[in-house]
Design a protein around this ligand. Structure first.
Ligand code: DUC
Ligand code: ZN
Ligand code: ZN
Length: 482
């Protein structure tokens, strides 16, 4: 008689703390046991493979609605396919507010669209227009519905918030018990530099990097941290591109603040030189903040090793290269500030980080799990349901061949976007099987999952994001609805 529905047998189980030989027994959708000699109705042979928690990608843009109508090319079905092919089983994507609109109706629309997903999912609610009604009435409702993180932009027309608006969002999050995630770049500095570049007819994609050098990001991160400290509200700084920004986070952590840092594979393997490729090709590598240089890559690895950066997400934001709706929506002669920002990365996040991190001995497989699954789950209130291998956790697993050499191609990514910025990159280590809540949903690159089999993940209050209680003069200004 079998004790388990499924046993993953003979692999090396990797948790954020340990690596050991064991079988994993699954009953229904949950991990039921970790041990030796487990017997299942079905057995998957994992000898020679790592058995890791399914990836949690806490920052990706899927089917995001556009201000002018329509949505991102990457749908919840194609995005799920790419995620599962790459070993990711849960995502946190975005619900956008457009200025002049509320946040309840768009969230309902995203919930409707995401019902087709094959990965489990949650949302960050973007706030672009913090009116009294949004701040005092709607944010509490959104958070109570389980969407326990807000995202703000300190740059980008028409998304950016000024300091007063940002402070109001921080205070609303403190009252409601939500985390605030922040896109840190200085709006006016970028506008000023962009105007000068355009006046000098420097319009090619490479000038995207020139328009937003690292101090533009560092200044905004410093300001975001100071304002979050004033409100006593935990924040996560998204897509840290360089060590100068991570240093701001290190100083905040050293002062005991709840400030966390996220980075993405593009900031380790792409550089400003990629945006200088011939013709319009550089557009493929444009994202914000901009990829930097080799010294920044090395600095970021150091910040990962020193636990200053906590999360590696994809910031998947796909714009096809050849189609008229993607990167060339304004033509191939468009100036850098008219080209949509973002690079696809849902399917490549784990293979690139494993290869560059574990295979190149920058850190070990436990660190890899911590950065790509455990920390995102912990910091966004999904742990221990997601992000680890333990009895009672969801049976989200990825079986990983640490020795398999693969050359990345767009076909392998299985997303709808017609290119990957990592075309031709050699990686060592590749996912061979993905299991989502006990169901094998990818085997040897073939994704088989029913549309709509992903689940919404409501996020209850959790300890990590409780304020510290340290307030300037002991005065809690956020208690007042101003
Ligand atoms: N930057 C973002 O902030 N979001 C999506 C794409 C990008 O490059
Ligand atoms: Zn951003
Ligand atoms: Zn983003």
């Amino acid at each position: 008689m079998a004790d388990y529905d499924l046993v993953v047998a003979g692999g090396t189980v990797v948790t954020p703390a340990d690596m050991f030989q064991a079988d994993v027994g699954v009953v229904g959708e949950k991990i039921a046991a970790i041990g030796l000699g487990l017997r299942g109705e079905r057995t998957l042979d994992a000898h020679g493979l790592l058995v890791m928690p399914g990836g949690v990608d806490s920052h990706c843009h899927i089917e995001q609605l556009q201000a002018g109508g329509g949505a991102d090319e990457e749908s919840f079905i194609s995005g799920s396919t790419s995620a599962l092919a790459g070993g990711t089983t849960s995502v946190i994507t975005f619900s956008t507010q457009f200025k002049g609109h509320d946040i309840l109706q768009p969230l309902a629309e995203y919930r409707r669209r995401a019902a087709k997903a094959m990965v489990d999912y949650s949302f960050h609610q973007i706030i672009t227009d913090p009116t009294d009604d949004v701040i005092f009435n709607q944010v509490p409702q959104v958070v109570a519905s389980g969407v326990r993180s807000l995202k703000v932009f300190l740059t980008y027309d028409p998304l950016h918030l000024d300091d007063r608006q940002f402070i109001r969002v921080l205070a609303a999050a403190r009252r409601a018990g939500a985390l605030v995630t922040v896109h840190c770049e200085n709006y006016e500095a970028i506008r000023w530099r962009s105007a000068a570049l355009l006046a000098d007819r420097r319009t090619a994609p490479k000038y995207h990097a020139w328009s937003r050098p690292s101090m533009v990001e560092r200044e905004a991160a410093h300001r975001a941290i100071a304002l979050a400290e004033m409100v006593d509200q935990p924040i996560q700084i998204f897509h840290v591109s360089c060590p100068e920004v991570a240093e701001e986070i290190a100083r905040a952590k050293a002062r005991g603040l709840k400030v966390w840092g996220e980075t993405c594979p593009q900031y380790f393997v792409l550089s400003e030189n990629d945006m200088d490729r011939p013709g319009f090709e550089g557009a493929k590598f444009m994202c914000s903040p901009a990829p930097r240089d080799a010294a920044a890559h090395e600095g970021l690895w150091r910040m990962i090793r020193d636990n200053v950066l906590d999360v590696v997400s994809s910031d998947h934001s796909g714009w096809s290269y050849e189609t008229p709706v993607g990167k060339r929506v304004h033509g191939t002669a468009a100036a850098f500030n008219e080209i949509p920002n973002g690079v696809p990365g849902l399917g490549s996040r784990l293979p690139i980080l494993f290869s560059e991190g574990v295979s190149k001995a920058r850190f070990n497989a436990c660190d890899f799990v911590r950065l790509t699954a455990t920390n995102p789950a912990r910091l966004f209130g999904l742990y221990p349901r997601k992000g680890t291998i333990a009895p009672g956790s969801d049976a989200d697993l990825v079986l990983w061949n640490p020795d398999q050499s693969v050359k990345i191609t767009n076909r392998l990514m299985q997303h709808v976007i017609d290119y990957t910025p990592y075309e031709g990159l050699d990686v060592v280590g590749w996912p061979t099987c993905t299991i989502r809540r006990g169901e094998v949903v990818m085997q040897d690159g073939i994704v088989q999952a029913e549309a709509g089999s992903g689940r919404f993940l409501p996020r209850a209050p959790y300890d990590q994001i409780k304020p510290t209680g340290n307030l300037p003069f002991g005065f809690d200004a956020s208690a007042f609805l101003v």
